[in-house]
Design a protein around this ligand. Structure first.
Ligand code: ADP
Ligand code: MG
Length: 687
């Protein structure tokens, strides 16, 4: 270890216990950590702009003499100074200021200011410029571009610049250890860090903004490698624990499949076989099954569950929402009740005596299959012999949460096997990074007889035509969904919008039986509405996005989505997956509000062009970024400090190669790499 990697921030000038505490919030403990606190962007303060050349809205450094300074009592009290150079005058305005500040701003003093001029009543003004007093002799402007550091509160830009400046000085004397194999990249670590904290005046700002500069790529590469290694390590740890050997049970499986009204597709059969092999190994399976909406993932889950149960183990199935858990309950009940497999239900709403009874059934081992929501993994839920955890993930759980689920076994039993199912396909590029800890199976085939859904974009000005189309379809005995979207996250507003739409449609189409479903309905009421839609008693179902998951009505072959421009691609794809489940040709109408933004046009265009979940996911990634696509923005899981996807997709192959090389040839670099880039995150995950 070199000296710098050990030095603590307290050793720097100006860092006392208070500042050290604030820095710790940023994951900065050591001087080296400061070097990895990288600027978000840069300002060019290397040239002084003559006041006459200053432009509204363009950052500028100006220098001049204060001609007048006074407190002005307008609508808001402010300190106003007039600054003059040989070319003109400009106003500096402060709404917040100290007495000391006021006393120093005296006519005759020379200031250099940085800020963005705006138009005021008497020419250009700069609100709250950064400034400092300068001597009369021409002093040079900044010699490098000025970094702007990510910061929330408590630590100002000047403080970050000062601290990182001190760290850079140490870097020159004593560079941090380069952890990548020699020759991995034209820039070495010290060069890259130095460049990014203080780029020369002629640095390509555009390229830096795009994250495309070689110095940025050097660090992005290292960060992605560190991330990849940390996932591998999680996987190794899980595997080191061992798991119950669950022999494949061809006879039981055949009996089960033989009782179904259909035969598995080729893709289902292939994935079932992959899982059967995994389960028979003495270490835990960690497998991700990706399959488009309607590809039949539930059947694959059932095959896996059956194998575990036939070996005398318990199985837990967790779904992200109550509706989806209920859907699983219904499917498994149909399939497993004839096989006399005992099932138990546990959700957040299971309370009191019912909950006690459920917990007892689970801990005593009476229940072989337990279905529920995340309530399954609360502290007081104990299993007798848990062999397999199935997570229907919908992108809502992160890696660390997934691993926490497997800690539900008694000591000495090893970890349960784990099967994760995702409904929205994850772009291949992204899964290499986000799911490097899992093996992947893809169900790339839909059950036979399905017809692709045709999608049309219709301007909401032609709403009447769409209503007529719904009427025509429904009188022919087909069923339709009318989905109301609302950007607000409020159940109540959504419910109101859906109610209003249902009332309006009922007025326009008095002869149709129209139902209404939204998140504010009581569960029993929801069930009743869904049941009567499924039974064909309702022709049209007006719904909020609650029907995104867990609704399976094959006779419904028309879907209208209002204001689709408000939704992400993944969500639209999920919604659209509710039709096209029967043998009837299905249609989806995206009833958009014009004018569409450029991004909106692209998104809806992608929906019209394709029904391939992988294609749509790749588009979604381009248009929205990985945090949104994986649904992990809040967890910080895919928040990189410098790497950015998909912009850095072109690095991913190198990431894999180098990560393999490091694991095989220089395993002692693995820990320092993970520590350097994900130290703070790992700590967070342990809480
Ligand atoms: P998803 O992958 O979206 O979870 P499901 O498991 O809900 O899909 O399956 C969608 C529908 O397709 C269900 O009604 C299911 O019974 C049916 N299904 C599944 N596999 C087949 C198959 N091999 N042949 C015909 N229908 C199938
Ligand atoms: Mg499903």
């Amino acid at each position: 270890m070199t000296e710098i990697s050990g030095a603590r921030v307290q050793e720097l000038r100006g860092v006392g216990p208070k500042l050290a505490e604030k820095l710790a919030d940023y994951g900065v403990f050591r001087v080296e950590d400061l070097l990895f606190h990288l600027p978000l962007r840069y300002q060019d303060r290397t040239r002084i702009t003559p006041i006459a050349a200053a432009r509204e809205g363009v950052d500028a450094v100006i220098e001049g003499e204060v001609r007048a300074a006074d407190i002005v009592f307008g609508r808001r009290r402010s300190l106003v100074a007039r600054l003059q150079d040989g070319t003109g005058t400009i106003t500096l305005r402060f709404f917040h200021f100290s007495a000391a500040q006021k006393n120093k701003l005296k006519p005759g003093c020379r200031l250099r200011c940085f800020g963005q001029p705006r138009r005021g009543s008497a020419g250009l003004e700069i609100y709250h410029p950064e400034y400092n007093e300068v001597g009369t002799a021409e002093s040079p402007a900044e010699e490098t571009l000025t970094p702007i550091y990510p910061t929330t509160s408590g630590i100002g830009q000047n403080q970050w610049r000062n601290l990182c400046g001190q760290a850079l000085l140490r870097l020159q004397k004593d560079p941090p250890q380069d952890l990548l194999p020699p020759g991995s990249h034209p820039y070495d670590l010290a060069q890259a860090l130095h460049y990014l904290h203080s780029p020369p005046p002629d640095a390509p700002l555009e390229q830096l903004r795009e994250g495309d500069h070689p110095a940025q790529l050097r660090l992005a590469l290292e960060e992605l490698i560190a991330h990849n290694l940390s996932l591998f390590r999680l996987r190794q740890r899980a595997q080191a624990d061992g798991a119950p050997v669950l022999e494949s049970k061809p006879r039981e499986l055949e009996a089960f499949l033989g009782g179904l009204p259909f035969t598995p597709t080729g893709a289902q059969a292939r994935v079932l076989a992959e899982i059967a092999t995994d389960l028979a190994k003495p270490y835990p399976m960690l497998r991700l099954v990706q399959g488009d909406v309607g590809s039949g993932k539930t059947l694959v889950a059932a095959g896996a569950a059956l194998q575990a149960i036939a070996n005398g183990y318990q199985v837990a199935i967790m779904a992200p929402t109550e509706i989806l858990a209920e859907q699983h309950w219904n499917s498994f009940n149909d399939w497993f009740a004839p096989l006399s497999i005992s099932m138990e239900w546990l959700s957040g709403r299971t309370k009191g005596k019912k909950r006690q009874a459920a917990l007892h059934n689970i801990v005593s081992g009476q229940a072989s299959l337990v279905i529920g929501t995340h309530a399954l993994f609360q502290q007081d839920v104990a299993f007798k012999l848990l062999g397999l955890v199935i997570v229907d993930e919908q992108h809502r759980f992160g890696v660390h949460q997934r691993l926490a689920l497997t800690e539900k076994t008694a000591p000495g039993q090893g970890r349960p096997h784990q099967l994760v199912m995702t409904a929205t396909p994850i772009p291949r590029t992204l899964s290499m990074v986000a799911y490097a800890d899992l093996d992947c199976s893809v169900i790339d085939e839909l059950p036979p007889g399905r017809q692709a859904v045709t999608t049309a974009l219709v301007d909401s000005q032609r709403r009447q035509n769409v209503v007529a189309r719904v009427a025509a379809a429904c009188t022919q005995g087909r069923q339709a969904y009318w989905v109301c979207t609302l950007i607000e996250e409020s159940d109540t507003l959504q419910a109101q919008a859906a109610e209003a739409t249902a009332a309006e449609l009922q007025l326009a189409l008095p002869e149709l039986a129209i139902g209404l479903i939204h998140g504010r309905l009581k569960p029993a009421e929801k069930e009743r509405v869904m049941a009567s839609f499924k039974a064909g008693e309702l022709a049209l179902l007006v719904a909020t996005t609650v029907i995104e998951v867990g609704v399976d009505v094959p006779n419904a072959s028309l879907m209208i989505i209002e204001n689709p421009e408000r939704l992400g691609l993944a969500q639209l794809h999920q919604l659209r997956g509710r039709v096209g489940r029967g043998s009837e040709a299905s249609h989806c109408v995206l009833l958009y509000q014009s004018p569409l933004s450029a991004n909106g046009k692209q998104r809806l265009g992608a929906m019209r062009e394709s029904t391939d979940g992988f294609y749509i996911a790749e588009k979604d990634l381009q248009l929205r970024g990985p945090g949104e696509v994986l649904g992990t923005r809040q967890t910080g899981l895919m928040e990189f400090r410098i790497a950015e996807l998909p912009a850095h997709n072109h690095l991913l192959q190198t990431v894999q190669d180098l990560s393999n090389e490091i694991r095989q040839r220089s395993p002692r670099l693995v820990d320092p790499l993970i520590q350097r880039w994900t130290g703070a995150v790992q700590q967070f995950a342990k809480v």
